[in-house]
Design a protein around this ligand. Structure first.
Ligand code: V47
Ligand code: SF4
Length: 397
């Protein structure tokens, strides 16, 4: 019997929890009020068991990862988001970096002989990085290596460059697609609700504008991800409002692939006085996301941000994806105090990290086509490995 069935057979389970579980198990979605109830009143054990059931019904034991690297054109930025440890204000731009297209191609070329499938491009917003700069960058990458999937920029950059170039979102996204953009990462979403957004990310695109740019991208038949920055000054109802807006847009377009809850890290930014969330809170955030977003295929635990140990735990709380090998190419989280100071994992390490909690590693490309299923693949070093941790996993496939 799985953990959820045990909980449901217990008469002491709260009637609201039982009603939510019955609703979800019969294929119906929960309301905003029920989402808030899960955060405020339900036990982690119950929420986790329900999320794990959904995860296993969809993906069994499969846990996805990809081989990618990050390219960060600049860490200088016009905006001053209070949670950001990464950006340097324009007046201190000598402390940061501002790459040219040639600089970035030099970085990309260092991966020429490596089996990476994706470059993830994201950074600060600066006037010289305009529409022409980015369309030239995408075209240059594609003409150098057409099989490299370009997952690049967020509505924060797109809103800024389209406004400057006086093109609307639909036209702008079409130009990006023609230049070689393959998909959009989920960043810049933060918290959509203006009560919080205006305070932590004032000046950059609004929640509505973020959603409109993804809508236009999806209308072109293209895919993207979504994130939420949680665990700072927001309340549970702001989180649920955010999830609700994503769920509605997904009903409309079906273009989102993955939802990635991003835990707020408090080092080196203007919100260092705000405590970080506890691991219990992190597990609940992922589990509620899995339950609420019934029309999202995947929930990603981004290990450079949340840390390897919590990422492993999250595979039993709704997450089915760990992002990529990264190759030490992002500074966003190490600068904000994440445990991972130089995030890089070899494919073998990532495979073992997943296996050690009883799941089956599957390398995917950005669009979730299977590249290599590692189930049963034996590495030379396997006999030396001793770090097995057993988590309660119900489904053996
Ligand atoms: O939008 C910035 C977040 C995001 C902090 O789509 C912070 O596959 C926590 O979106 N604490 C950018 N978070 C990264 C991002 C992303 C990462 C991995 C995979 C994908 C994907 C997308 O990082 C920003 C912001 O929400 N962030 N500072 C901080 N102190
Ligand atoms: Fe700039 Fe992005 Fe940092 Fe905000 S989060 S200051 S937009 S780099």
């Amino acid at each position: 019997m799985d953990k959820l069935s045990i909980l449901l057979s217990d008469d002491s389970l709260a009637k609201e929890d039982r009603a939510i579980a019955e609703k979800v198990l019969s294929g119906n979605r929960i309301t905003e009020k029920e989402g808030i109830h899960l955060f405020e009143n339900s036990d982690l054990g119950f929420v986790g068991a329900l999320a794990n059931k959904i995860r296993e019904d969809r993906h069994g034991n499969k846990t996805y990862f990809n081989r990618n690297f990050h390219l960060e054109p600049t860490n200088v930025c016009l905006y001053t988001c209070t949670f950001c440890s990464y950006s340097r204000l324009i007046k201190k731009r000598e402390e940061g970096w501002e790459y040219s297209i040639d600089d970035m191609m030099d970085i990309i070329k260092t991966y020429d002989d490596k089996p990476v499938t994706e470059v993830h491009i994201v950074g600060g917003v600066l006037p010289q990085y305009d529409l022409k700069f980015y369309t030239d960058l995408f075209k240059t990458i594609k003409s150098h290596r057409s099989d490299l999937h370009v997952k690049a920029l967020t509505p924060v950059e797109y809103h800024y460059i389209f406004k400057k170039a006086k093109v609307d979102y639909a036209e702008g996204m079409k130009l990006m697609k023609e230049a070689g953009l393959d998909s959009m990462p989920g960043g810049g979403a933060e918290i959509f609700h203006p009560e919080i957004r205006d305070e932590i990310a004032g000046g950059k695109c609004s929640g509505e504008e973020w959603l409109s740019i993804h809508r236009e991208w999806h209308k072109l038949g293209m895919r993207s991800n979504a994130t939420m920055l949680y665990g700072h000054i927001e309340k549970y109802h702001h989180r649920i409002d955010h999830l609700e807006k994503l769920r509605s847009l997904q009903d409309e377009t079906g273009g989102f692939q993955t939802f990635i809850p991003l835990k707020f890290r408090n080092k080196g930014n203007q919100m260092s006085h705000v405590n970080e969330s506890t691991v219990v809170e992190d597990l609940k955030m992922y589990a509620v996301s899995r339950i609420y977003l019934d029309n999202f295929d995947h929930i990603k635990a981004y290990w450079p941000m949340i840390g390897r140990d919590t990422a492993q735990l999250l595979l039993a709380f709704g997450a089915d994806d760990l992002d990529g090998t990264i190759d030490d190419t992002t500074k966003i989280y190490s600068m904000a105090g994440a445990e991972e100071q130089n995030p890089a994992l070899s494919t073998e390490d990532l495979v073992k990290l997943i296996r050690n909690v009883g799941r089956n590693p599957v390398e995917r490309d950005t669009l979730y086509n299977v590249v290599t299923d590692y189930t049963g693949v034996v590495f030379e070093s396997d006999s030396e490995y001793k770090g097995y941790v057993s988590l309660p996993v119900a489904n053996p496939n």
